[in-house]
Write a protein that binds this ligand. Structure first.
Ligand SMILES: [Zn+2]
Length: 330
């Protein structure tokens, strides 16, 4: 496909289990690259670049938007740390720009999902909104006054590391104690189940846990089937989420909070979470929090946000204008 047609823009959603790569325009399903257990960061960059070039017939893409998990430094285009990716202070913008010869825009997966849910998801009237993902980790994208807010160097929005337990807190993967993630993320719930079994918890789930490591989905299934130990873990997870969300709500007063991520995906936890959040709000707050399920893009929220950013869609650009999204050519 030579000639004068402009090269496509491309978007990547890079996470700890998979990367999704898709053209920014159109509705083609994304190419999926497994990332779990990959230890060689340079090879992962090579693989991503190869898939991108396949989508552009070997030409440099017009723009590449890279939405990624982890702690980022948008000023330097660097992934500072990502729990399940082989990057430590890795200059990913330069690495991909060198391989592809194009402008690369780096954005966190929380802000990208907020764009996907609140800018291009048919909710353009929202000026103050949050997107919270509860999955293997817990993250947040913030739309404040019509702009995406990412904090200094783009490292804000780490809702998962908000302290929620001040006494005898569970230990968190970040090295501290009492973080929300240690109670309410998929990995936190599974780790907590294991720890409590070792401390003497009983029941069917506890017996299984004594034989092999548990997964969070087993905890939820057992809670649904009436296992009291599992039910207690789920109650604690919802309570800690409510503590964090009601605190964030009191500070930021969003119009809407969209809940996404695998743990919230089937919607069954939302009513319990909503009532717990409302119970923690000041009774004289005039309107209740609008806590809703991600219905717009589901697990594609991050990718849809990255596609809108790569297309330079006006709503996404307006939201991103305050970010200084890193770019190779400026
Ligand atoms: Zn933490």
């Amino acid at each position: 496909m030579a000639g004068s047609s402009p090269s496509p823009a491309v978007a990547i959603d890079l996470g700890g289990t998979k990367a999704l790569v898709a053209p920014a325009e159109g509705t083609d399903p994304p190419t999926r690259i497994p990332t779990a257990g990959i230890a060689d960061g340079a090879k992962l960059m090579d693989d991503l670049a190869r898939v991108v070039l396949r989508l552009t017939d070997g030409r440099p893409p017009r723009t590449l938007a890279l939405a990624t998990a982890g702690t980022l430094d948008l000023e330097t285009g660097t992934i500072v740390h990502a729990a399940n990716l082989p990057f430590r202070r890795t200059p990913v913008v330069t690495a991909l720009a060198d391989r592809l010869g194009c402008r690369v825009i780096l954005v966190g997966d929380g802000p990208a999902a907020a764009v996907g849910e609140l800018a291009v998801g048919g909710r353009a009237a929202v000026r103050h909104g949050l997107y919270i993902t509860v999955s293997t980790g817990i993250g947040m994208g913030m739309l404040l006054d019509g702009r995406i807010y990412v904090g200094d160097h783009g490292s804000g929005g780490e809702l998962g590391h908000m302290p929620v337990a001040l006494v005898d807190g569970e230990s968190c993967a970040c090295g501290r104690r009492g973080c929300l993630e240690a109670y309410a993320s998929g990995t936190g719930i599974a780790r907590r189940a294991q720890r409590l079994v070792e401390a003497g918890a009983t029941g069917d789930l506890a017996r299984s846990a004594a034989l092999r490591p548990l997964e969070a989905r087993e905890v939820f299934a057992a809670a649904g089937a009436g296992d009291r130990f599992a039910g207690g873990l789920v109650e604690d997870a919802l309570e800690m989420l409510a503590v964090a969300i009601s605190g964030v709500f009191a500070v930021l007063r969003p119009q809407v909070i969209v809940m996404g991520g695998g743990i919230m995906a089937d919607g069954s936890l939302l009513p319990g979470l909503r009532s717990r959040v409302e119970a923690r709000l000041r009774p004289d707050v005039p309107d209740v929090v609008q806590l809703i399920q991600s219905a717009v893009h589901g697990e594609r929220s991050v990718l849809e946000g990255a596609r809108a950013i790569a297309r330079g869609e006006p709503a996404a650009v307006r939201m991103g204008a305050s970010l200084g999204w890193g770019a190779a050519d400026d």
